[in-house]
Design a protein around this ligand. Structure first.
Ligand SMILES: *[C@@H]1O[C@H](CO)[C@@H](O)[C@H](O)[C@H]1NC(C)=O
Ligand SMILES: *[C@@H]1O[C@H](CO)[C@@H](O)[C@H](O)[C@H]1NC(C)=O
Ligand SMILES: *[C@@H]1O[C@H](CO)[C@@H](O)[C@H](O)[C@H]1NC(C)=O
Ligand SMILES: *[C@@H]1O[C@H](CO)[C@@H](O)[C@H](O)[C@H]1NC(C)=O
Ligand SMILES: *[C@@H]1O[C@H](CO)[C@@H](O)[C@H](O)[C@H]1NC(C)=O
Length: 322
């Protein structure tokens, strides 16, 4: 009697397909519960769940935030001498009443650099009510609009309770230059730790393989002094410096209006809206990305199929032996 005949073969194929789908189904409901768990984390505003790197391999968005300051003008002047380089500014509006600060921000916007918003660093939003946060965001947005004609959509704000209701998308980064820790001593070499931070990060992967959102602070002289060096290191490692809209693949990276304070929602419905919005803005993590986090997700993806494959192999063995 042959080891395999058409009856056995048919039984084998049907069993295998059936078992594969059964086990896969149980896995998709597992991942469903992962999503629910993730939403809960997001609604407690863990910044790590915000988009924190570009969607396209080889792209980096460099963001100058927490300014503007007297160094912002130098940053913009240096940027403008660099061809094919885009960058983003996420200003804190506390300083915008001073002409020494608002003029460079206007210049940045006029030159075509991206404008976002940084929640004022001097107020902890956890100390404010939801309505106070909305009101503060509105004021900040209007100031930015006054000086740049842009209505920011992307914002840096941890613990943001009211952000998504107003149409904002909160962001995070995966490359911190720690420029606040670097002091200018009269020589450009003293600012090299900022450039080295990019170099060290890029070394972790083959050139052009990663995708990054890098944060700098246009509050420090070294941040301005190192601009040319930073962007030449970026291109030397085969990365393209893009604005935030391009980085996130967003065709409409600004809102149309700063909004109003009148639209008050209950906390419960606010929380629900926010968890949904939060899942929508999750960056797509694929095994091809660079970040340790995504690689881990990638291998989880393969691991998911291991039980189904094992069962299939066992069935195969059974059909052939019996
Ligand atoms: C930055 O990118 C945006 C979007 O592609 C573009 O509109 C803008 O002109 C660019 N700015 C510069 C300085 O290249
Ligand atoms: C800050 O700089 C000092 C001296 O340059 C260095 O020892 C320290 O590790 C730096 N801290 C961070 C957080 O980078
Ligand atoms: C400034 O810092 C650089 C690099 O750390 C160092 O080589 C240089 O000697 C310093 N210059 C002065 C004047 O301290
Ligand atoms: C960074 O990398 C570039 C290109 O590899 C190199 O020319 C430069 O000397 C490096 N700079 C620092 C500060 O490490
Ligand atoms: C950058 O990319 C180009 C074309 O893709 C390649 O020829 C070149 O070797 C790359 N440079 C580095 C430093 O990897």
């Amino acid at each position: 009697m042959p080891i395999i005949n058409s009856f056995r073969f048919t039984v084998f194929v049907c069993l295998t397909i059936g078992v594969y789908y059964l086990t896969s189904d149980s896995h998709s409901s597992h991942s469903g519960s992962h999503v629910r768990k993730k939403r809960a984390v997001v609604s407690s505003f863990d910044p790590q769940s915000y988009p924190q790197f570009c969607q396209t391999q080889g792209q980096i968005a460099v963001v100058f935030t927490e300014g503007p300051s007297k160094w912002t003008a130098d940053v913009v002047t240096s940027l403008k001498t660099l061809k094919g380089v885009n960058a983003s500014f996420f200003p804190v509006t506390t300083y915008l009443n001073d002409v020494a600060n608002n003029v460079p921000l206007q210049l940045a916007a006029k030159a075509g650099y991206f404008i976002g918003q940084r929640w004022t660093t001097s107020v902890d939003p956890r100390s404010l009510s939801d309505d106070q946060i909305v009101s503060e965001l509105l004021t900040e947005c209007q100031r930015i609009q006054t000086y740049t004609s842009k209505v920011p959509k992307y914002i840096w704000m941890n613990y943001g309770q009211a952000v998504r209701r107003l149409g904002y998308v909160p962001l995070w980064w995966n490359l911190d230059t720690m420029d606040y820790n670097v002091t200018y001593n009269g020589s450009a070499a003293s600012c090299n730790p900022i450039i080295k931070k990019y170099n060290d990060t890029f070394q972790l992967l083959p050139n052009g393989w990663g995708r990054y959102i890098a944060v700098e602070r246009d509050l420090y002289q070294c941040t301005a002094v190192s601009v040319a060096g930073v962007f030449s290191t970026i291109s030397a490692h085969n990365y393209t410096a893009v604005d935030m809209g391009t980085c996130l693949g967003d065709q409409n990276p600004y809102r149309t209006s700063c909004g109003t304070t009148s639209s008050s929602t209950t906390t419960a419905s606010l929380a629900a809206t926010e968890s949904i919005a939060a899942t929508e803005v999750q960056p797509t993590l694929t095994p091809t990305t660079s970040e340790g986090k995504s690689t881990a997700k990638g291998s989880q993806g393969y691991a998911r199929h291991v039980p189904s494959l094992l069962i299939t192999i066992l069935l195969l063995a059974y059909v052939f032996i019996v």
